[in-house]
Structure formats: structure tokens, C-alpha cells
Design a protein around this ligand. Structure first.
Ligand code: CA
Length: 230
């Protein structure tokens, strides 16, 4: 069975060249030309590798990458970045991309990297692994569906609250500074203040703690930030 590649790229010439060559190599190739469609298509999980341009109409490839990982999609992702976006490389890998290639690249290089990603398979490479579901107390989190219940009742969390909760779960037991939470949950290009973290933690406590004034799970670490304990 052919391996399926999703190409998210907005330069028609490059889409044409890459598609021709990858098809000639025996791959099934589908392409999308903007961030929104790329995210939707990638979210199906129907691909073996995703080639993801960084500068896309409708959004950044980094955001697409991050959102795919948040949705539990573990398809290997190779970012395609323009020359000079060196800093992006680090950011991309941090957001859950598996590899990157700087344009213009040699086709042979691309093919070799794709094969390497396929060999590696879809093993999770991003954040510390948590299962598809995680339970503590009366709370149950379904990471794949991004759903939380408390005593069997749905808990409505914003995307940010969910991400914050996920980060807590993945780093349970660790003292997490407000700066770290800002970087990891809000992202490298966001500039909210650390006060933002406190506000969201307060909201999260309201939703998951039995007594938010005396939190059982999300503890305050004075002078630093928070610690999630289960
Ligand atoms: Ca582009």
C-alpha cells in the first residue's frame, strides 16, 4: 500500500514539482494551499507524513503543527522553512515537528528525510507521553477528544484551559514557573503577562477543584508558580 503524504504548501510551482516527484517515487500525495485547509486535512490522521510550509495563507505552519499535536495527531511532520528562518527551526521542533528542511532543498535530501520519518513511524516524539485518557479524583480527561468530565458531567474548558491542564498533567509533580507556563501554553509569540497565568489557573481551579480556595490538585508554589499533584 502506498504511503500517503500531505503537502501543505502555497507555492504552486513547488506543489507541482514535489507532487510529481513524490508520485513518481510511489507515494500518494494530497496537497492543501493554506493553513486552515491543511489543519483540517491533517487532523484526519490519514497520512503517514505531513510536509508543512511555515509561511502559509491563513496562518503559520507552526500553529498548524502545534494544533495537530494538541489534537493528538502523531503523524510525523516535516517543516519546510525559508532560508534565514533559523530560529524557526528550534521553535518548530519544540512545537512537535519531527524534522525541518530549508528551502530551496535538494529533492534527494527531501526523499531521504521522508524515508527516515517513515522508518521512525508515528511514535510520539513530542511531549512526555500521556495516555489517551487520564483520571484523577472525579476528573477524567480524554486527550484525543479534548474532553473533560467531572463525576461524569462534562466540564467546559476553553482551548487554553485545556492546554494548561494538559501541561500540568504531563508535568505532574513538578514545580512549574509562571514563565515556563507562559512559554509552553501561550507560546513563543504571545506576550501576555504572568498575571494571565494566574487568571487561567484560577478559572481552571473553579472547574476542576472541589474547593477552589483550597485546591487539592493545582497547588501554588509561592514565589514561583504552580505544581500539579495527583
Ligand atoms: Ca509559503
Amino acid at each position: 500500500m502506498s504511503r500517503r503524504i500531505l503537502l501543505v504548501e502555497d507555492e504552486p510551482g513547488l506543489v507541482l514539482t514535489l507532487t510529481d516527484r513524490l508520485v513518481a517515487e510511489g507515494y500518494d500525495v494530497e496537497s492543501e494551499g493554506d493553513a486552515v485547509r491543511g489543519l483540517a486535512r491533517g487532523s484526519t490522521g490519514n497520512f503517514d507524513v505531513i510536509l508543512l510550509d511555515v509561511m502559509l495563507p491563513g496562518g503559520s505552519g507552526f500553529d498548524v503543527c502545534r494544533t495537530l499535536r494538541q489534537r493528538g495527531i502523531q503523524t510525523p511532520i516535516m517543516m519546510l522553512t525559508a532560508r534565514g528562518q533559523v530560529v524557526d527551526r528550534v521553535v518548530g521542533l519544540k512545537l512537535g515537528a519531527d524534522d525541518y528542511l530549508i528551502k530551496p532543498f535538494e529533492m534527494a535530501e527531501l526523499l531521504a528525510r521522508i524515508e527516515a520519518l517513515l522508518r521512525r513511524g508515528s511514535a510520539p516524539v513530542s511531549s512526555p507521553a500521556v495516555g489517551e485518557t487520564f483520571r484523577f479524583g472525579e476528573i477524567s480527561i480524554d486527550f484525543r477528544r479534548a474532553e473533560v468530565t467531572k463525576s461524569g458531567q462534562p466540564v467546559e474548558l476553553s482551548a487554553r484551559e485545556f492546554k494548561l491542564l494538559r501541561y500540568f498533567v504531563e508535568h505532574r509533580g513538578a514545580a512549574l514557573s509562571r514563565d515556563e507556563l507562559l512559554n509552553e501554553v501561550w507560546g513563543y509569540n504571545a506576550m501576555p503577562s504572568t498575571r494571565t497565568v494566574d487568571v487561567h489557573v484560577a478559572w481552571l481551579r473553579q472547574k476542576i477543584e472541589d474547593n477552589p480556595r483550597h485546591p487539592q490538585y493545582i497547588h501554588t508554589v509561592h514565589g514561583l508558580g504552580y505544581k500539579f499533584v495527583v
